[in-house]
Design a protein around this ligand. Sequence first.
Ligand SMILES: [Zn+2]
Ligand SMILES: [Zn+2]
Ligand SMILES: [Zn+2]
Ligand SMILES: [Zn+2]
Length: 193
Amino acid sequence: MQRGSRKALKGIMGHGCQEQLLETTDSHLWSTEPSGHGQAVSWPPVEASFEKTLEQCSVCAKPIMERILRATGKTYHPHCFTCVVCQRSLDGVPFTVDTGGNIYCIEDFHRQFAPRCSVCKEPIMPAQGQEETVRIVALDRDFHVQCYRCEDCGGLLSEGDNQGCYPLDGHVLCKTCNSARIQALTAKATTDL
Ligand SMILES: [Zn+2]
Ligand SMILES: [Zn+2]
Ligand SMILES: [Zn+2]
Ligand SMILES: [Zn+2]
């Protein structure tokens, strides 16, 4: 009998996707002279040449006048450096980048790339404030602990008396329901004779 195995994942490392935790670095290159609003008279001092030396934001392509946020080898306005999913600014917040260079907050990254539970189809990711995800792998499928239940009686297979998975024809069953099904099949086979 094949039993389900419990796999604890550190985050989602080792699951085929690259996770890099990166910190943003701020640089306060341009200590703004009291620029006020719309006082182009005093600032920037030499408009044309000054604008050329300004770094451009890699999102909006506008020059960065104040604080430059550097991340993934590019420069951003702090408010332009956002998660591609929830659009919130990741200025000073841990973020991660997928292979296509898209930037995600950690939560959305997990939601996007975490393995999906084969029962509820939701991503299997760490609970709030926790580092570790517990995922059950059985029959080459992934399960939440709470979704890993016998298909017939609904009993949890990861704990309790009925522990362990006794699969039959790709169905996830507890021991009792597995033998009940086998008995039913045998009985049918006998009566068919
Ligand atoms: Zn920008
Ligand atoms: Zn997000
Ligand atoms: Zn689930
Ligand atoms: Zn059962």
